[in-house]
Ligand binder design. Structure first.
Ligand SMILES: *[C@@H]1O[C@H](CO)[C@@H](O)[C@H](O)[C@H]1NC(C)=O
Ligand SMILES: *[C@@H]1O[C@H](CO)[C@@H](O)[C@H](O)[C@H]1NC(C)=O
Ligand SMILES: *[C@@H]1O[C@H](CO)[C@@H](O)[C@H](O)[C@H]1NC(C)=O
Ligand SMILES: *[C@@H]1O[C@H](CO)[C@@H](O)[C@H](O)[C@H]1NC(C)=O
Ligand SMILES: *[C@@H]1O[C@H](CO)[C@@H](O)[C@H](O)[C@H]1NC(C)=O
Ligand SMILES: *[C@@H]1O[C@H](CO)[C@@H](O)[C@H](O)[C@H]1NC(C)=O
Ligand SMILES: *[C@@H]1O[C@H](CO)[C@@H](O)[C@H](O)[C@H]1NC(C)=O
Ligand SMILES: *[C@@H]1O[C@H](CO)[C@@H](O)[C@H](O)[C@H]1NC(C)=O
Length: 712
């Protein structure tokens, strides 16, 4: 700091200190002076009203030990132009009848929390007070149970405008007590225990009456002396009746109120709203019906809100179920066509589109519609689109997840400036969510506190957020991802910036997927093929046999030329299969006669002779091969014998049946040659059994002389 600046700073500080000191000097010990006009004195050691600095206009005596105000008790104020005196929470028990006599400029007198003061003592003092400037009287929280009926009789030619009698313990009030207050405009009687009020005699000038937080059981009668057509309050504009014990509002409750514009019935406990009860107030503009749902609002009758003047209706926190049995959607707003403001927050709106449509279609003049916390899970189609003048629509704190095509919901809302969809269950926003012209014309959309899913579906929205001039309210701080789990709580704007993780679709991906699919199909085919290999082999064989037969080759030796159809070569180990299964099937079912050495050979002759003899009598040869067969040298010797036959009559003379696959360790060269040349048929049980038997019979019956299958 330069020396010059320092000097200025020091001088300034000194000057301010002086100023401060002069203020202090003027202000009495227990007082605090605010600005030039206000002095607040407090402290229980103060028991008088001290001297005030020049210019004092407002004096607050708060929490002092002041108990008696004698005739000259306000002498320290008489030199000033005191406009307002407030007594609060002192211990006042006595006020001299003439104590206020010199308070000629007084505009406002407040007496609050003076619970020791008898209202009759105050009555006398203010009765003598000059009242030419008096505009405001506040008698609040003094625990007075009644006001004397002549409280204001000494108020000739007064100009009192506002009278507060809040928070006392009044049980009933006869309004003729105010009769002399010929200029009274506002009467406040809230927070008492008033259960009866007699309006008669009330000044006709009153424009606002506040009777909230009392114990009224019914709406007061506003007509003069029961003359139905004559209003006791022809100028009344505002009626506050909230939080009373009113349980029913009769048909004629609001007669004789030609000028009322605002009616507040918040927190009363009516079970139903009757038809046409507000219709008699021809100037009614604002109706408040919030919190009337305790215990429960059960019914809204037809045309309940019938009023051609009504522009604002608030029915919040009523927990009303907008179901068909509780109200008629066609009539509820049908006769309130001038509504511009409607709030139904904290009710249960129907999620039935038709009910919606019926309810809201008459309200074409709406400018502001609040349907938050109304358990909506749908957005009705073609309802909001009718509301051409709607400026603000709140659908916050509902259960809306998505709404498909935005055009049928938000189209044509050319006046809409604010749309609140915050605190819903919206996961994503895409191109179709809002009509494009809405996004251009709207002032702000609130989508905050929705559980966004930050994946590629949100890409359009995040791109849009970057590029658009549309204002998203509370963006970016209240827009967070709720999914996927690793992104919970991440700001949407972060996701927008890390967009790289979500690349555009690459044609290479399509190719890769096609190749992968093809591979999978191929592998499946191969596996299937391996599993059914023997079936396939048998099938191919059968097909070849059939096709070669069709070609009509002439058979050389016919089956009829022989005693046996076929000679069966088999090993002892397979005897039971041959005797039981094979013979049974072939001889009994197919009528094929077989030569079996155990049965047919002649006893006494050598095996070699028998074989030669019976082979001659057999047309074909069947060789049954198994692992046992392969192991046995003897059995294979028979094969050698029949091979000779094969050389003469061709390959079709031999049919090889494999009972099982042969272990490689038993596979001899001889056997391999046989198997390779003879197209063996593999014995199958289960699935392939039928096919097996078919192949066996077909090939046994097949005439000889067909060309070798390998040449087919
Ligand atoms: C308040 O005034 C009474 C007498 O009027 C006196 O007895 C009492 O001590 C005073 N209280 C204080 C805190 O000065
Ligand atoms: C007026 O104020 C002075 C000092 O502030 C005080 O001593 C005196 O008692 C007051 N007069 C009255 C009547 O309260
Ligand atoms: C307050 O007013 C009185 C008389 O009106 C006068 O004598 C006195 O000087 C004034 N005091 C201040 C600080 O202005
Ligand atoms: C009086 O004092 C109480 C407690 O300090 C304070 O709450 C209240 O606002 C004061 N009243 C006025 C009128 O200043
Ligand atoms: C109200 O007060 C007036 C005047 O004191 C009296 O004539 C009238 O009967 C009172 N009304 C009721 C209902 O007490
Ligand atoms: C609505 O109120 C007006 C005025 O009281 C009345 O004439 C009209 O019949 C009412 N409409 C319905 C549908 O009840
Ligand atoms: C947009 O999202 C809605 C669900 O919110 C869905 O039904 C619709 O198919 C989506 N449209 C496009 C173009 O992705
Ligand atoms: C929007 O307004 C046009 C012209 O008034 C009308 O033809 C169209 O049906 C409206 N669209 C919707 C969705 O209401």
């Amino acid at each position: 700091m330069r020396p010059k600046d320092l000097a200025i700073w020091l001088w300034l500080k000194f000057y301010l200190m002086l100023e401060y000191r002069t203020d202090i000097a003027d202000c009495a010990n227990d007082c605090q002076c605010l600005g030039k006009h206000v002095v607040i004195c407090s402290g229980r050691d103060l028991n008088y009203i001290p001297r005030m600095p020049n210019g004092t206009q407002v004096v607050v005596i708060n929490g002092t030990n002041l108990s008696h105000i004698q005739e000259n008790g306000l002498v320290n104020l008489t030199d000033h132009v005191i406009k307002k005196i407030e007594f609060e929470n002192n211990l006042i028990t006595f006020i001299h009848p003439n104590a206020f006599n010199k308070m000629v400029y007084l505009k406002s007198l407040y007496v609050r929390f003076e619970t020791r003061l008898n209202v009759n003592i105050l009555k006398v003092a203010i009765g003598n007070m000059p009242k030419t400037h008096l505009k405001f009287l506040h008698f609040r929280y003094n625990e007075w149970t009644s006001f004397p009926q002549d409280m204001f009789t000494h108020f000739p030619k007064n100009s009192l405008k506002t009278l507060w009698m809040e928070g006392n313990t009044l049980y009933s009030i006869n309004c003729s007590i105010f009769a002399h207050l010929k200029n009274l405009k506002k009467l406040y009687l809230p927070g008492n225990s008033i259960s009866r009020i007699y309006i008669n005699g009330i000044p006709k000038t009153i424009m606002e009456i506040y009777l909230n937080n009392n114990l009224l059981h019914r709406v007061p009668n506003w007509c003069e002396d029961h003359h139905i057509l004559s209003s006791a309050l022809p100028d009344l504009r505002v009626i506050e009746l909230s939080s009373n014990s009113i349980t029913d509002i009769g048909k004629n409750a609001f007669l004789c109120l030609p000028r009322v514009e605002v009616l507040n019935l918040d927190g009363i406990n009516i079970g139903k709203i009757r038809s046409n009860i507000f219709a008699s107030m021809k100037m009614l503009k604002t109706l408040k019906l919030s919190n009337i749902g305790s215990p429960l609002l059960k019914k809204i009758e037809d045309y309940a809100f019938n009023s051609s003047s009504l522009t604002s209706l608030t029915m919040e926190h009523t927990n009303f179920h907008f179901n068909k049995d509780r109200f008629n959607p066609l009539t509820i707003f049908a006769s309130s066509p001038n509504l511009e403001y409607l709030s139904l927050t904290n009710n249960y709106l129907s999620n039935d589109e038709t009910i919606f449509w019926k309810m809201f279609s008459p309200l074409v003049k709406l400018k502001k519609l609040i349907l938050s916390s109304a358990s909506l899970s749908i957005l009705p189609r073609y309802v909001f689109t009718n509301l051409k003048y709607l400026k603000e629509l709140s659908l916050a704190a509902n259960k809306i997840r998505s709404w498909g095509d935005g055009t049928v919901i938000f189209q044509n809302m050319t006046s809409l400036k604010k749309l609140d969809l915050s605190n819903n269950l919206i996961k994503t926003v895409n191109k179709t969510s809002f009509p494009i012209n809405l996004l251009h014309s709207i002032g702000g959309i609130d989508l905050s506190n929705n559980p966004f899913t930050c994946d590629c579906d949100l890409l359009w929205f995040s791109d849009f957020l970057k590029s658009t001039s549309t204002k998203f309210l509370r963006y970016p701080l209240s827009y967070r991802c709720n999914q996927p789990s690793e992104m919970v709580g991440t700001l949407l704007i972060r996701f927008v910036e890390s967009k790289k993780t979500c690349p555009p679709w690459n044609p290479l991906f399509t190719m890769a997927i096609c190749i992968a699919c093809f591979g999978i199909i191929l592998v499946t085919l191969i596996v299937l093929g391996m599993k059914c290999q023997t079936n396939i082999k048998n099938y191919i064989y059968l097909w070849r046999v059939q096709s070669s037969r069709k070609k009509g080759y002439i058979s050389l030796p016919e089956a009829a030329d022989y005693q046996y159809h076929a000679f069966v070569v088999y090993c002892d180990a397979d005897r039971s299969w041959v005797h039981e299964t094979f013979l049974g099937r072939m001889e009994q079912e197919e009528g094929v006669k077989l030569c079996i050495h155990h049965r047919d050979f002649d006893v006494g002759e050598s095996i070699t002779e028998n074989i030669d003899k019976y082979l001659e009598r057999s047309w074909k040869v069947v060789i049954i091969i198994s692992n046992e067969f392969a192991k046995s040298e003897w059995c294979q010797w028979e094969v050698d014998v029949v091979q000779e036959r094969r050389r003469r009559h061709g390959r079709d003379v031999v049919l090889v049946i494999m009972l099982e696959s042969i272990d490689s360790k038993h596979m001899t060269r001889r056997l391999r040659t046989l198997l390779e040349s003879a197209n063996p048929i593999m014995y199958q049980t289960g699935l392939g059994e039928v096919l097996f038997w078919k192949a066996v019979t077909e090939s046994l019956r097949k005439p000889l002389g067909d060309p070798p299958t390998s040449q087919l």
